[in-house]
Design a binder for this molecule. Structure first.
Ligand code: NAD
Length: 309
């Protein structure tokens, strides 16, 4: 399979490395010149619990340099860059190209569907983690899964083939007809912990420093799940509450990606997380006051970041 990874940062490079190792023809597409140069010169170094290896059988270029349609394009930019990235990679998208997003947040299917027939758009969630320490080097520890589906809910041959390709690379994947519930559950988790940590600069564990921290996080979870349920999406509040409590208890030192972005002076994904929930809530006349307040606070931080960088 010829696979392009659009946005080859932490997640994209990790996926690209494993897919190339499994024998696929992989092209990393990114705008980070230092990363592209490092991969071209020394290969991609991938570190997992089973050790470090250098993957050399992949190419790396800017999206506008990719001139031939691929079979599968996996989009792993941050969500606010999806459309500009797809626009610059449009020569690599043909009538048969599958576009897959495992990005966080809401609205991914809609963004991808602007560039391909909806029958070729796939979305999902992944629990695989990844970090990029320096150009050319990615790591991922622990095991993860992928749950995915076509955007229009059709069980297609291309869906089966995409899942098989990911499984062939060890990225354990399943077709999940309830993928929208999984997507909303992950958004509920992120809307609570990412935005609270981004605003307070607390690690996940530090959110329990006062008695009000956990109830506030759980209130946001309740707001987000209520919107999903009102839209007939069967997100399960208990699942998310359990995941939040588990994170507060066991991942105490973790800095969620939104806090890492704030600390590094980068824009956050707040619009596709709290922002998209607020939009969905407004459309059905629901109030989500805590989610909305955090949206505005993080947007103020983003605005200040843009002024000072
Ligand atoms: P990242 O910042 O490490 O990588 C994003 C990459 O996109 C960067 O290399 C950047 O240069 C590139 N990019 C930006 N604009 C581009 C453009 N116009 N064209 C091509 N490339 C462009 O981010 P990440 O941590 O890999 O996360 C990617 C997505 O996956 C996000 O939606 C995130 O929420 C989600 N996610 C991340 C993790 C994780 O553990 N890192 C886990 C699950 C989901």
């Amino acid at each position: 399979m010829h696979i392009a990874i659009l946005g080859a940062g932490a997640m994209g490079s990790f996926f690209g490395g494993l897919l190339a190792q499994a024998g696929n023809h992989v092209t990393l597409l990114d705008v980070d010149e230092a990363h592209l140069a490092a991969v071209r010169q020394d290969g991609l170094e991938v570190t997992t619990d089973s050790g470090t290896r250098t993957v050399r059988n992949l190419s790396a270029m800017r999206p506008d340099e990719a001139k031939h349609p691929v079979d599968l394009m996996i989009v792993f930019t941050k969500t606010m860059y999806t459309e500009v990235a797809l626009q610059s990679a449009r020569d690599a998208i043909g009538p048969g190209t599958v576009l897959l997003s495992l990005q966080n947040g809401l609205g991914n299917a809609e963004r991808l569907a602007k560039f391909a027939d909806v029958a070729n758009v796939m979305v999902g969630v992944t629990t695989w983690p990844a970090d990029k320490s320096e150009p050319g080097k990615v790591s991922s520890h622990g095991a993860g899964t992928i749950r995915m589906m076509t955007a229009n809910g059709a069980q297609t041959e291309a869906l089966k083939q995409t899942v098989a390709t990911l499984n062939g690379a060890g990225l354990s994947s399943i077709v999940d007809a309830n993928v929208w519930a999984a997507i909303w559950e992950k958004v509920a988790f992120n809307a609570a912990l990412n935005s609270l940590c981004a605003v307070t600069h607390c690690t996940v564990g530090e959110l329990t420093s006062t008695a009000d921290g956990e109830p506030l996080a759980l209130r946001i979870v309740n707001e987000v799940v209520s919107v999903a349920n009102a839209k007939d999406i069967a997100a399960n509040e208990e699942h998310v509450v359990e995941n939040v409590r588990n994170a507060l208890a066991h991942h105490r030192a973790h800095r969620p990606s939104m806090l890492q972005d704030v600390l590094a002076g980068r824009r956050t994904e707040i619009d596709s997380i709290n922002g998209a929930v607020v939009d969905a809530a407004r459309a059905i006349g629901h109030a989500v006051p805590c989610t909305e307040t955090l949206l505005h606070l993080v947007k103020l931080i983003d605005a200040r970041t843009q002024q000072t960088h």
